[in-house]
Write a protein that binds this ligand. Structure first.
Ligand SMILES: Cc1ncc(COP(=O)(O)O)c(C=O)c1O
Length: 349
């Protein structure tokens, strides 16, 4: 006999990428930025390390909310701050999808959408991306309470045309989450949608472009009424004082973020060209990672061989992904080491 609800008993649970504790690993598996956060962020966190830690933090993370409103050109009431954007995904699922109700998830995409819906015991309809990873047909389902789109998409790195996203939002009767975790690395984004469509939530994170995966700061941008409703669902103090200090300082130092993004975009082009030269099919990426399809040697074999060489990338033994690897853009030195290792593996060494 199990103590768990049947859906919890049955589900697999989200499996995050490995976070090795040993030093010396080249870590290209969870889309972190290889560069540190700005000095201003580190100083803000040091300054926040004081006796006020005995007090609860601001429930609405007001300093982050206000900084984000300035950066995105919206009112603070259109922003909800989360403990990473994963927290905001949880809040969205709990806010909009009841047990047995329908949610739409494109495939392949970020695995946490499925996990959260399974916890909620929702009904999930998967819609397949076409081979070019443009907008999946059938994204607008009449009875869907919640629909997810990630652009640029994890794990493919491909982005959707904002006009197609707007058309989808208008065709959808429930709420559309536009997960833009990687938008700072892309040429386009959907930030203008929440101002004119009351069913769109754009999600951003400071985990990737702002080098703050360890601080856990995410942002939802949506119509004020949606934000007010989601506020009822969130944990009272979902950001701690240190994360809040880091988040506000990071948002106010956009220059640091943009300089890192420029380097990563250049290295993304460089890695894409190198992998194509080695015979991989490179999916054109708008994110801080590149997905490649392996033809000569099975992707699972390359993955395992890289692990042996202390290089971590991401591999899923799942339909549509089992011949692919997703590689985070690290430093140029890390990417050189990766390319050299892949060359050796292809030579059978
Ligand atoms: C598409 C997508 N959304 C959300 C997240 C979660 O990011 P956060 O660190 O803000 O929780 C990730 C992290 O990998 C992601 O790939």
């Amino acid at each position: 006999m199990s103590y768990f609800r049947p859906n919890i008993e049955k589900m697999q649970g989200y499996v995050p990428g490995i976070q090795p504790r040993a030093p010396g690993v080249i870590k290209l598996n969870t889309n972190e930025t290889p560069y540190p956060p700005s000095e201003r962020v580190l100083k803000a966190v040091r300054d926040a390390l004081d006796p006020t830690l005995r007090l609860y933090p601001d429930p609405m993370s007001t300093p982050v909310r206000e900084a984000a409103a300035t950066v995105f050109g919206v009112t603070p009431e259109m922003i909800l701050v989360g403990n990473g954007s994963d927290d905001l995904l949880t809040i969205a699922v709990r806010s909009f999808v009841g047990e047995g109700e329908l949610a739409v998830v494109p495939n392949p995409s970020y695995g946490l959408y499925t996990t959260l819906l399974e916890i909620q015991n929702a009904r999930i309809t998967y819609v397949e991306y076409p081979d070019d990873f443009s907008m999946p047909a059938g994204i607008a389902q009449p009875r869907a309470k919640l629909t997810f789109l990630s652009t640029p998409n994890n794990p493919t790195g491909t982005s959707l045309d904002p006009d197609d996203v707007a058309d989808a939002a208008e065709a959808i009767s429930g709420v559309l989450v536009v997960d833009e975790a990687y938008a700072d690395f892309a040429d386009t984004n959907c930030l203008e949608l929440p101002g004119r469509l009351d069913n769109v939530i754009v999600l951003r994170t400071l985990s990737k472009s702002y080098s703050l995966a360890g601080a856990r700061v995410g942002l939802a941008i949506a119509d004020e009424e949606l934000i007010a409703g989601m506020t009822k669902v969130k944990d009272s103090y979902n950001l701690d004082r240190l994360g809040m200090a880091a988040g506000a300082a990071a948002l106010l130092d956009g220059e640091h973020m943009r300089a890192n993004v420029e380097r990563i975009r250049a290295d993304r082009d460089w890695l894409s060209a190198r992998m194509a030269e080695l015979g991989f099919e490179v999916i054109p990426s708008q994110a801080n990672f590149v997905m490649v399809r392996c033809t000569a040697v099975p992707a699972g074999t390359i993955y395992e061989e890289l692990v042996q060489r202390n290089i971590l990338v991401r591999y899923w033994d799942k339909p549509r992904l089992s011949d692919c690897l997703r590689i985070t853009i690290g430093t140029r030195d890390e990417l050189n080491a990766l390319v050299a290792a892949v060359e050796a593996i292809l030579r059978g060494e």
